[in-house]
Design a protein around this ligand. Sequence first.
Ligand code: GLC
Length: 553
Amino acid sequence: MSTPSMDVYQNGNGSCCSMAELEDIDFLRPRNLNMERKGSLGERSFSEAQIGFSPYPPSRAEFDVVHSPAKWSGFTTPRSPFASDPHPMIAEAWEALRRSLVHFRGRPVGTIAALDSSDEKLNYDQVFVRDFVPSALAFLMNGEPEIVKNFILKTLRLQSWEKKIDRFQLGEGVMPASFKVLHDPVRNTETLMADFGESAIGRVAPIDSGFWWIILLRAYTKSTGDTSLSEMPECQKGMRLILSLCLSEGFDTLPTLLCADGCCMIDRRMGVYGYPIEIQALFFMALRCALLLLKHDAEGKEFIERIVKRLHALSYHMRTYFWLDLKQVNDIYRYKTEEYSHTAVNKFNVIPDSLPEWVFDFMPLHGGYFIGNVGPSNMDFRWFCLGNCIAILSCLATPEQETKIMDLIESRWDELVGEMPLKVCYPAIEGHDWRLVTGCDPKNTRWSYHNGGSWPVLLWLLTAACIKTGRPQIARRAIELAEIRLSKDGWPEYYDGKLGRFIGKQARKYQTWSIAGYLVAKMMLEDPSHVGMVALEEDKQLMKPVLKRSNSF
Ligand code: GLC
């Protein structure tokens, strides 16, 4: 691809700046990059294989020992003579992933959401920040960090745009939901278009993008040992801007982050406003990653202090009020209401009658999970996959809670995994509730899409959580299920039905994160040390006992 003479960046409001202004920190060669490969770790457990986690308070030791992506029997170009016979789907997946690459000025900067030419594009021709995460992990695990670096720097540039919806200006730190490269063959220019929520259905800003960006920056640093990227003043500032947005003081009485509906993977109205688990878990993970990445200079230190305080409050709050197991269900069932003052047990005045019928059957004897949402007189008892997996990977869940989350997945296999991993949430909302909660959304009908649909991309999160908790056999089972249909069906975005038996009503085919999620899951199973890129070690300080409401964990 030829290098355009002038590139213009443009946002949804038409405000532009020339390439000259942006010329640039981008694409600097890594200074400390050490990609020496070690032998395959084969079946070694995650705890054996993990290296370089730092104790709390944070120290730079985290990245001192380079996490070497062990030999991966890459499939387009097999690298390991020892690897077992690769599944034929892997070569196909790598080819599809490479086809999805998006270039800007001749360099790869991301992957397109879906390469489905048969369907209306909508915004599936864009690079989504959240969708790129599994692609990025696949490239990192395969020893190809450059694209990840390019993506991190390019999205950092987008963050500095002025962001407006109608006449209202968004916070400086907001990261885009997605971006797109526009080619003008006549002027020989390439233009970047980004969406911060001003074009998105529902006009919601993606709170998760900034968190994923920080998490990815840490994954890159962990994987390559190259600290020069995260230490760049621009990256440090980008992180501080994201953190400023979510650590700012306001009217909050809770340490959780107040959100609008649809500000994350579930990007439509689905009753996930308030304090949704997905955002709280990503918030926690991003704070912990930032703690490892922020420099201890004057500006960094100020943020580090705020982060440490918030992590303490947030972990206490989540572990205490979001956690649900059999004992907790029973406690809520017997709650007194209308309690006032500090001595109240039922602090949020949750009415026992609001416990849905399904919870009594769904909750196993051994098992538990973080529920969907907790707010005034409101507990959303739905199980959400992403939030619970991230809670495990970030150690938001205590070791006992981690075990119980995995126990629940095992004992509710038919409901949560069925014939195609993995339910985005459980159960679906139906009938009158569906009308009220979704606003009659025809895409989110029961057991479809965000409303109890099954999303293959979630395989990578499940696999990482399984390996971290020492239960890789659960992931293996799930992956085997996916292998029966995923490729034959053309890598759909999601499946419908109680068991995930049907290709989703409006699912795109060749959805990139379905492809990348599968590859990442396979690579982590083959070399569990890869999980270190997306998992954090338990933090002893944060584990200090909290006043427990339930003694059952
Ligand atoms: C859908 C999903 C969203 C994803 C996007 C692109 O809108 O809800 O999570 O990022 O598609 O794949």
